[in-house]
Ligand binder design. Sequence first.
Ligand code: FES
Ligand SMILES: [Fe+2]
Length: 399
Amino acid sequence: MSTTESRPSTGLGTAYGRPESTYDRDITEVGPGTPCGEWMRRYWHPVALSANVVQVPQNVRILGEDLIVFRDGKGRPGLLYPRCAHRGTTLYYGKCEDDGIRCCYHGWLFSVDGRCLDQPCEPGGGAHKDRVRQPWYHVEERYGIVWTYMGPPERKPVLPRYDTLENLAADEELFCTGSSFGAGGDDTREIVPCNWLQDWENIMDPFHVPILHTSFSGAQFAPEMGVMPDVTYDHADHGMKYTAYRELPDGRKMNRVTQALFPHVRIVPDIHLKAGKASSVGFVLPVDDTNFRLFHIIRAPKGFSLLPRAHHNGKKWSELTEAEHQMIPGDWEAQVGQGAITYHSEENLAGSDRGVGRLRHFLRQQIALVASGGDPLGTAFDASGELYHVQAGNYYLAE
Ligand code: FES
Ligand SMILES: [Fe+2]
């Protein structure tokens, strides 16, 4: 009797009977208790722009955890677990006061570090209120962003600083954005619906630049990026960098250095090839396993505003029709197009994927280091290790 199983494969490679599609959970999933999630929780993460953290509580989702961010009346930002420690309603409906946030249901008041300061339905405001602690996370503010550390408190590193964002001239300021410009979207979208690693590893993929951003969709960056680069990859001190060497059509020679630092920092030099060190630092915040959000801090002339890139007939990205998205795709289409979490089982990595391969390998090593009790690269525990010297930039070579 003939069964499907007993027939030899025809080797035609049709889609019929292909293996199950799988992804590497260990480097993609960020929830509490996952290997990657525990590694991620050893670093600081951007929560929101400082300007948007106000005395009205807001829901945020970070590393798969739903939280409430707010600012108390004394100006201190707070990041709390949303379910009230009394009987569980959400603090989203709470009200901010000088000393914290008061739950709407029975009025328990919590400080930014979760202490219960008042229980108005209990005699004397709660004789045992000190026994209650609303789960909370550490927060700090720097560069116009509220940051959080969500890991074991005894392993909390210092919040990093970046030299390219400091010592501003009188006519400069820092401009912060939490929109999806840097992922190919625009100011109408903050959340990008795919796994964080699809964006972060793209930073170590110099070969999509001459194709996707130049020849395929027209010059989305400088037209000179169409020159296929000679690329070297190095481990930089807190992650990886690549150096893309190009001889430009006008005879100039340049090295373009781009960095991916742990856990999700992206430092990309000016896309119009302006000479010098990169003047912005980006962060790929995992919202959860299948969504991320970018934050960028940009050193810019005063009054700077991020103009939407005119994509096609002067339209913004969000105004494009489906046909136009197909005609001129960018990073959003390519990365979200890989699926919610790309199937690593279906990839065929080639020589030009060396950067992506090495970054994933390095990432696995760091995740294993944390799992075995170590502190990961890029974490420092005193002020002497706080400042990072950015290497990324466009460097033109003298003849
Ligand atoms: S549920 Fe918050 S005070 Fe009762
Ligand atoms: Fe890109």
